[in-house]
Design a protein around this ligand. Structure first.
Ligand SMILES: Cc1cc2nc3c(=O)[nH]c(=O)nc-3n(C[C@H](O)[C@H](O)[C@H](O)COP(=O)(O)OP(=O)(O)OC[C@H]3O[C@@H](n4cnc5c(N)ncnc54)[C@H](O)[C@@H]3O)c2cc1C
Length: 420
């Protein structure tokens, strides 16, 4: 039975918010749990929106975190389609868009991120898309089907994970696809230049055209419809639709307006939290894409925009809300699927942070593990079409010891034997 004496409010009905609500109940919290989300959908997972669901291989129902009935069964009070506009930290209340005021004892901000917008002429045309929400993915799926049917052209701005996954889905429908990317290789900011070409080759084999080292400068239209996309090298690319896949920005305005401490924008921004996911206000926590955690293992402040971080961070924040000891030190992890290539990446090794890349396996066959190292210490590992190795890869990262790089590159040497 719910004890109305204590009220824990969660703002943000995504994976982190829903998992936090689940954990509060599984940890025995019997006060009120109120989950507020500005989307009308029940909380859902976003990875299928650029993969299986977009490609027409996964059903709509499969994306939801819980069955709709689960919320009432667990006494989670849901406010869907409601935005939280302000937090009054003195009164310990949140105000919704319709004026409702809700009191909290403890608050979790799991407000996620939103797609960055192109700041060029033509972005108001009907065929310019972003991809964050289920409704975006549903609309894009119709667009890709129509482009495939009519030999239409999709121009994607950005060769990051979402841009590449949508390129793969679009080719699956038979659409013509052009990807425009300012860096020299795809995924540059995550995996660096050494392995980017492998992804460029993979997509080129499937008929994707790339233009590296250029930016979109204008989307040309007529009668409100997209006709072409121009790049800063003076070229014009045929386009019927354009996807802006240029990253996401944390949704921090609510926290900023409430005066909570923020992380440095130059390092990804987000709500600054300590290792227990607590903000600068002891009764307010943050988790998921919006939280910039002081990471105990990596020794730096890090905002991780990945599924596993929402899956694990929401529950960790819920436990911290319950005054349990929490030190959120999970190794960052994500996955991607493109055509018949599946991968998992553990760790954190942006360009500039590593001095060596070691390959174990066969990049030609696209079956290998890549390791990023600094002074022979493993910072990150990516397994491509090789499975069940996340644990030993993460053990190497956690261990932080210097490794024998020849043994690391040798598939005959068990990975587990290399960790300290
Ligand atoms: C298309 C796509 C594909 C992805 N694929 C992968 C993948 O393959 N692998 C991987 O690891 N990660 C992937 N990700 C990233 C992953 O989905 C995110 O890291 C995860 O969704 C973050 O969860 P979250 O709960 O923190 O935020 P979100 O999922 O963004 O949820 C936050 C929710 O809060 C709501 N909200 C915000 N502000 C307010 C407010 N003031 N009031 C009320 N509600 C509010 C938002 O509308 C949203 O519904 C993908 C993301 C996208 C968009």
């Amino acid at each position: 039975m719910v004890d109305a004496d204590r009220t824990f409010v969660i703002v943000g009905g995504g994976l982190a918010g829903a998992k936090a609500a689940e954990t509060l109940r599984s940890e025995g919290f019997n006060g009120r749990v109120i989950l507020i989300g500005d989307e009308r959908e029940h909380p859902y997972e976003r990875p299928p929106l650029s993969k299986g669901f977009l490609a027409g291989k996964e059903e709509r129902d499969s994306v939801f975190v819980h069955e709709p009935a689960w919320y009432a069964q667990n006494d989670i009070e849901l406010h869907l389609g409601q935005i939280v506009t302000t937090i009054d930290r003195g009164a310990k209340t949140v105000r919704l868009g319709d004026g409702t005021v809700i009191q909290y004892d403890r608050l979790l901000l799991a407000t996620g991120a939103e797609p960055r917008r192109l700041d060029i002429p033509g972005t108001d045309l009907a065929g310019v898309h972003h991809l964050r929400r289920l409704a975006h993915s549903e609309r894009l799926k119709h667009v890709l089907k129509a482009l495939g049917r009519d030999n239409g052209h999709l121009v994607i701005s950005g060769a990051g994970w979402i841009g590449l996954e949508v390129a793969a889905a679009a080719r699956g429908y038979g659409a013509e696809v052009t990807v425009v990317e300012p860096e020299a290789t795809p995924l540059h900011n995550v995996i660096g230049p050494e392995l980017g070409q492998l992804f460029a080759d993979l997509h080129a084999e499937h008929g994707v055209r790339f233009h590296f080292g250029v930016r979109l400068t204008e989307i040309v239209g007529q009668d409100g419809m997209v006709l072409a996309a121009r790049t800063d090298d003076g070229e014009e690319h045929p386009a019927h639709d354009v996807l802006a896949a240029i990253g996401a920005a944390p949704r921090t305005s609510l926290a900023e307006n409430a005066g909570l401490a923020m992380a440095d924008r130059a390092h990804g921004g987000g709500i600054a939290v300590d290792a227990s996911l607590r903000t600068s206000d002891p009764d307010i926590f943050a988790a998921g894409d919006v939280a910039a955690v002081h990471h105990p293992l990596l020794g730096t402040r890090l905002r991780v925009e990945h599924w596993a971080n929402a899956l694990n961070g929401g529950p960790a924040a819920a436990r911290a809300k319950l005054d349990q000891d929490v030190s959120y030190d999970r190794v960052p992890y994500f996955f991607s699927d493109q055509y018949d290539l599946g991968l998992e990446y553990s760790g954190w090794a942006p360009p500039g942070s590593y001095d060596q890349v070691v390959i174990r396996g066969d990049t030609g066959k696209r079956e290998f593990i890549a390791f990023w190292l600094k002074e022979r210490r493993v910072l990150a590992g990516m397994n491509v079409n090789v499975w069940d190795v996340t644990e030993p890869i993460q053990a190497l990262i956690r261990g932080g010891a210097q490794v024998d790089t020849e043994a690391l590159a040798d598939p005959a040497v068990a990975l587990g034997s290399l960790a300290p």
